[in-house]
Design a protein around this ligand. Sequence first.
Ligand code: PMP
Ligand code: GLN
Length: 384
Amino acid sequence: RSARLGGIGTTIFAEMSALAAQTGAINLGQGFPDEDGPEVIRQAARDAITAGRNQYAPGTGIAPLREAIARHQRRFHGIELDPAREVVVTTGATEAVAAALLGLVNPGDDVLVLEPYYDSYRAVIQMAGARHVAITLRAPDFRLPVDELRAAVTPRTSAIVLNTPHNPTGSVLTPQELAAVAEVAIEHDLVVVSDEVYEHLAFARPHVPIATLPGMAERTVTISSAGKTFSFTGWKIGWATGPADLVDALMGAKQFLTYTSGTPFQPAIATALDLPDEFFTRLRDGLRERRDLLCAGLSDAGFDVFVPEGTYFATTDVAPLGFADGLELCRALPRLAGVVAVPHQVFHDDRPDGSNPGRTLVRWAFCKRTEVLEEAVERLRALR
Ligand code: PMP
Ligand code: GLN
């Protein structure tokens, strides 16, 4: 292993999904839906394969998909984009984040991230030779501590990785919080890499892309993915949008990471992006109902529950049930209750004194069928 992987272990999602597969436990760990997206979209992918669209697509993605992404950004967010120069198709949001950071951040730079952070951010920042600087969203509200964000900026800071709706806390940034981030970014001339994969899963308040704030379009790369919005996480089609110079830098890295992304999925996702508004509303409303079901069940089981404002993850504190360590609990949970979840602590930096703000926090995915969630909460009641 190279030095650039120092301290980077196996991602928690691989560990916990393997545990679920080995034990047959209900997997509320890794965030993927247990029902696929619409049949018309699956058919569109089959049609593309049958029609022989099985060789390399252009590196930036097929034009109809780039155009559909631009239409989506206009329809939902009022963002105008040139599909030829300001949109790139990527192999999931994961690649978009990696390519953006590799293409835009210099070795030795500081990059601000909201903690708890999606695990790939920290790994990629390290691989880019930069340093992540955590701004901690703390329970119970997981609000952005704006003063701490301002205080964290150094002369080396070059970028902020934003994520709203936020995985794993479920927080949706408020207009005030977004304005504060924008103010800091403009004042210090920072690039913002904004991971908005849960853009259609905001329950408490509308999701607002930071690129829509004054002065932000020219410094923001906005990232999303077909995985979450259309329930095709395994297709790994994502995208990045933003000003041509930033997208070009991202593409400079992407061309040598994967060069291009799965061809037959691209026309299918172009079709998906043009689905009527009701599709997106129903997705959100259906998940809100399942959020409420899971949160009520977790609360009945004796956990402290932090009801998420967005995403498809709910966070609990497991301390009220006598558990002192969320990672240990998650490793034992298949045996104790036949369920798999994900501990928050791996998305936090260990503090110099050995403490960790996420030590007793555990995340549960509710992008599962109602009967699966009902069975999971029934099993979890045994922990009391
Ligand atoms: N960012 C966040 C915040 C996520 O939760 C995920 C998981 N979907 C990703 C990025 C990665 O998305 P993809 O599967 O499209 O690579
Ligand atoms: N984004 C999903 C989650 O947060 C899983 C992605 C992954 O396995 N890397 O659970």
